[in-house]
Design a protein around this ligand. Structure first.
Ligand code: 4AD
Length: 572
């Protein structure tokens, strides 16, 4: 049926319906004048009423002039808006088509390596020796630069006019690669995403004056390949959407495998590698021998509360809390020894310095005094830092992470536990129950950190009471209430080392087992050390993650290990 333009359109504000199916007749009216006009514009008459009786006798009446004016204005606005939307949609489609066209054109471009060019030498991105990677002058004058072949992942990229600048990363260094002409127009180049792997070949150039890039050089690319499977996703799945600076810590931890590619996380890991190596080197210099004690054990070292228990072929066994007892057993055969192994603690608290699995650097020294132990510890820590910072690349990472860091002054401040208790009282720092500290209190993490931060230098806190320390610690000859024990405290982190002289008397050790309610049977091999040629000896354990948190100024030990393990997290 052809509608008559002259036919009136009906609007009933109460029983009408604003749908596209509504005919707008007297028996089936619209609900609003605006909708009616949008559906049926410019009709001769719009009749309105309110059927609830409020509009005088519910009669159809022509819409008022002012209502019509508003409605027509609204209609014009909507028409304009629709027009604009259409324009935008058309523009978008044009752009989409243009992009498709560019993509299709780009896909047709295939690159071929120019075999007449000199053979490319494979280098890593930090190789700067000019005998390996000679640079041509930035303006192309002078001798040719070395033609090199590099592999890496896209760390950064930017397009400037028709030139694509890509900073490639290979875990050794960074290299700016310049893609010009056809090289910047291929499908791979125009859809390049961060973290995509590439093989790139080109000539090494010096940078133009005023320009900045790693090692003041750039690669003028003449050929490259992105092999199947090497592309990283863009859009929603892009790495930048998965790991964002300042993002939710739990999401960042779920994506630690990707976060490790970032500048900060990777710098910490580089420092960690250097520090671990420096410990090996320092121990070698001091003639300590490296051993590798077992991780699956049936003895505790640091109290039953933090033992991870498991079923070992039907017997109860634990993941080791410390290799100390085993280190002690090899003193008679190997002299001073050390190990760098994992220790496990079923810590039920979620603090920023506790992990369930951590790297424990432990050493044991034979025929020493307590004072020798402290001197050795100081020397080891300072030498490790000195060796670490001797590598300029690592020193630069440390500087970036912790600009104020320097080798601590020796000797470290030495403070007896009893003096620390006095100090805490004087500074109104309460114990865990909110009371002033008294002798015998275990100095809690918060109080310990506040004291260390106020004193603001490394502290050897010594001579802890027998009751709050492990069963194996030697008592002080002059004050048997306390042990020859030491915790090394560092500003910002607190305790990073725990050590002591070891009880070397057979009878005294047997009494210590009893005092602590430990069955001595499984410890027969440890006790035997006091039977077959005992000796004054001592040692310590240093938590590598805490040492790094101090050195790299990281808020938590979760950021100083590769994949942290703590209550509630065992992934990735
Ligand atoms: O003080 P602790 O418990 O001492 C021992 O295990 C001794 N048997 C070591 C020895 O004398 N060979 O632990 C030593 C160090 C601590 O100072 C701390 O740095 C680190 O190990 N540590 C932890 N690090 C991370 N997470 C945990 N849950 C840690 N528990 C101890």
């Amino acid at each position: 049926m052809v509608e008559n333009d002259a036919a009136a359109v009906y609007v009933d504000e109460d029983i009408g319906a604003d749908t596209e199916q509504t005919p707008g007749t007297e028996s089936a009216p619209y609900k609003s004048l605006q909708f009616a006009y949008l559906q049926k514009p410019a009709r001769s008459q719009y009749l309105t009423r309110k059927s609830d009786g409020s509009d005088e006798s519910s009669q159809w009446k022509p819409a008022t002039k002012s209502a019509m004016k508003k409605t027509v204005n609204y209609f014009e606005q909507q028409k304009k808006k629709q027009g604009r939307e259409k324009e935008i949609a058309a523009q978008r489609q044009k752009e989409e088509e243009e992009r498709e066209r560019v993509f299709e054109e780009a896909k047709k471009i295939t690159l071929e390596e120019d075999k007449s060019l000199p053979k490319a030498v494979k280098i890593r991105l930090d190789e700067t020796d000019t005998s390996v990677a000679k640079l041509r002058e930035h303006d192309g004058s002078g001798d040719p630069g070395t033609r090199v072949r590099v592999f890496g992942r896209v760390h950064r990229q930017r397009k400037q006019k028709d030139v694509l600048f890509v900073t490639l990363r290979d875990g050794y260094g960074y290299l700016q690669c310049v893609f010009a002409g056809i090289l910047a127009k291929t499908y791979d180049a125009i859809t390049l995403t961060r973290e995509t792997s590439m093989e790139v070949i080109g000539e090494m150039y010096a940078l133009p004056p005023g320009a900045h890039a790693p090692n003041q050089r750039e690669l003028h690319v003449d050929y490259y390949e992105i092999k199947p499977g090497w592309k990283a996703p863009g859009g929603e799945d892009a790495i930048t959407n998965k790991v964002q600076a300042g993002g939710d810590p739990q999401i960042l931890l779920d994506n630690r495998h990707l976060l490790l590619r970032g500048d900060i996380a990777s710098s910490v890991m580089f420092v960690r590698d250097a520090v671990e190596f420096a410990f090996h080197q320092t121990y070698r210099e001091l003639r300590l021998r490296k051993v590798s004690p077992p991780a699956l054990v049936q003895t505790q070292v640091e109290g039953g509360a933090t033992l991870f228990k498991f079923d070992y072929y039907g017997e109860e066994a634990f993941l080791t809390q410390s290799s100390q007892l085993y280190l002690e057993t090899v003193l008679p055969s190997m002299g001073d020894v050390y190990c760098i192994e994992k220790s496990f603690r079923a810590e039920k608290s979620l603090t920023r310095r506790h992990l369930s699995e951590y790297t424990h650097i432990e050493a044991e020294l034979d025929f020493i005094t307590f004072s020798d132990l402290l001197d050795h510890l100081e020397l080891v820590m300072c030498r490790v830092i000195e060796l670490t910072l001797a590598d300029p690349v690592i020193a630069a990472y440390v500087k970036e992470l912790n600009p104020e860091f320097k080798v601590p002054e020796r000797p470290f401040k030495r403070m007896k536990y009893s003096d620390a208790i006095d100090w805490l009282k004087e500074h109104n720092i309460p114990n865990e129950d909110g009371h002033p500290h008294t002798f015998g209190d275990d100095i809690a993490e918060a109080a310990e950190r506040r004291m260390t931060d106020i004193i603001n230098r490394p502290i050897f806190l010594t001579h802890f009471p027998v009751e709050i320390k492990a069963f194996y610690m030697q008592k002080d000859k002059d004050d048997p209430r306390v042990t020859e024990s030491v915790d090394c405290l560092m500003p910002g982190v607190g305790e990073i080392v725990g050590g002591s002289m070891r009880m070397d008397d057979w009878g005294e050790l047997m009494k210590a087992y009893e005092r602590e309610g430990i069955d001595s049977k499984p410890y027969y091999w440890y006790t035997d050390q006091r039977k077959y040629g005992s000796s004054p000896h001592g040692g310590y354990g240093l938590g590598l993650e805490r040492f790094l948190a101090w050195m790299c100024k990281q808020h938590t030990v979760r950021d100083t290990c590769l994949y942290p393990r703590y209550m509630g997290r065992c992934i990735p």
